[in-house]
Design a protein around this ligand. Structure first.
Ligand code: CA
Length: 464
């Protein structure tokens, strides 16, 4: 393996691991992403530290938690002048750097991404068809389908890179974010009505906190532009949710398919240009997604489907082909990992760790076995309250820190602060909150202590 491999980072938006066949998807097939997994390592325990688009993207660039990089919510812009961003450090070390696709770290027009030799990004969420982009600050509109355009612009940039310097290319797909509009070639993929339902589709949220019960991410309540059709008349609540699930998952899986095509095109490009042997290729998503799990779409909650990210990485001669890695990886670790492959020492301001050993299949003795999570958005969108928590290899503790009537953002609402504790081995679907259950008293005390430890280690402070 060369000392400074190219890095091709492919990230989609809201692509849950359980909609990738290499991860055992029951709803779709992703042959090209599966090919990447067969040629590299598939990580089965990758998690984000804040399951929402903009903050996760900021964490990926900076290797810092949200409260440190300042991007806590969808409304926060990244401070592009900050030094500690992976692309800036790689550029300073001689890498050619580019980002194509979704930026979503500032909107009006896109705050200029810095540290990239070339950038061509969507404003905000961007459009699926005939999208507008900002290419090096200039507004341009392209005809066609956004996923294909991003792929094309990425390969066009690769064509301009001469072979002397390594490259760092971030290909950030808009898909499969809502409103789940597929490419024309995938409009008839799958059979609506025949997708298997998740076990928790009809969840009634018994034993869960008030914060969970009052959220509004049930599929049947999503916007008309997402579901696109009115339900048939006369459905009861259960039937309505089943109908909405089929509508959602049909369009979602169709939208994923062009992303899978993109991965195939990019892998083929590397092969055809003799780049495959010296390019680290990563496929991931900015966070997970509820695919009807708990009756939900969207993300944000610290539950598994939202917290988990897919992560597949290939680098011949360094990462064993077809390997499966169970060690815990966080989005916090991506930037230090890129730098490590480039032979650059991690700056002290980065809070993550290089996963290079992990990707080789060697879990270091002192590798993390627990993670700290915090969702900051205060009921803006989907009535999901802020919360933080800790997850280790078996248990998860979540603290929803409540809303008082003095809160000006939701003056009519009072939500108590509440805890949830899950035994993921006994209850992988997180249906049975055992917080306060005497059988779990020792576990609960350990998890509370671990939360304090990780919160302090991250430099964060409790709500109260
Ligand atoms: Ca997202």
């Amino acid at each position: 393996m060369p000392s400074r491999p190219n890095i091709l980072f492919i990230m989609s938006d809201d692509h849950a691991a359980h909609a990738i066949s290499a991860y055992g998807s029951k709803v779709n097939n992703t042959p090209h992403i599966d090919r990447l997994a067969s040629e590299g390592a598939r990580l089965t325990n990758t998690f984000c530290t804040n399951a929402i688009c903009t903050p996760s993207r900021a964490t990926i660039l900076t290797g810092q938690y949200s409260h440190v990089n300042g991007v806590l919510t969808l409304d926060d812009e990244i401070d592009s002048s900050r030094r500690v961003q992976s692309q800036k450090i790689l550029a300073a070390a001689g890498y050619k750097t580019a980002i194509v696709g979704k930026w979503h770290l500032g909107n009006n027009p896109p705050s200029n991404p810095q540290g990239f030799d070339y950038w061509n990004v969507l404003p905000g969420q961007g459009d699926y068809n005939d999208p507008t982009f900002f290419e090096m600050g200039e507004k341009v509109q392209y005809e066609g389908y956004v996923t294909d355009i991003i792929t094309e612009k990425a390969t066009e940039w690769l064509d301009t890179v001469d072979g002397d310097d390594p490259f760092f290319l971030m290909v950030h797909h808009k898909a499969p974010h809502s409103s789940w509009i597929p490419a024309k070639r995938h409009e008839n993929l799958g059979v609506e009505g025949e997708f298997p339902e998740p076990e928790t589709l009809q969840d009634d949220y018994e034993t869960r906190s008030q914060a969970v019960k009052m959220s509004s991410i049930q599929i049947e309540d999503t916007r008309k532009e997402n579901l696109k059709f009115d339900p048939p008349p006369g459905l009861n609540q259960e039937e309505l949710r089943s109908w909405a699930y089929q509508r959602y998952i049909t369009d979602y899986t169709r939208t994923v398919q062009a992303v899978d095509d993109s991965v195939g095109t990019l892998l083929d490009y590397l092969d055809e240009h003799n780049l495959a042997d010296n390019t680290l290729v990563v496929y991931t998503s900015d966070q997970g997604m509820f695919l009807g799990d708990h009756g939900w779409h969207d993300k944000r909650f610290m539950y598994e489907e939202s917290l988990r990210m897919p992560f597949i990485a290939k680098l011949p001669g360094e990462i064993p082909a077809g390997s499966v890695v169970e060690g815990m990886l966080l989005n916090l670790d991506f930037a230090p990992t890129f730098l490590d492959y480039a032979g650059i020492e991690r700056p002290g301001e980065m809070q993550g760790e290089s996963a290079r050993g992990l990707l080789r299949g060697e879990v270091p003795d002192d590798w993390r076995s627990s993670l700290y999570y915090r969702y900051w958005m205060h009921l803006q969108g989907h009535r999901i309250v802020p919360h933080y928590g800790v997850r280790n290899e078996r248990y998860k503790l979540i603290y929803y820190y409540g809303v008082t009537t003095e809160d000006t953002r939701m003056p009519d609402l009072e939500i108590p602060d509440e805890w949830e504790l899950y035994d993921l081995e006994e209850d992988p679907n997180e249906l049975n909150n055992v917080y306060g259950n005497p059988e779990y008293a020792a576990v609960q005390a350990e998890m509370l202590a671990e939360l304090d430890r990780l919160q302090a280690e991250a430099g964060d402070t409790p709500r109260h």
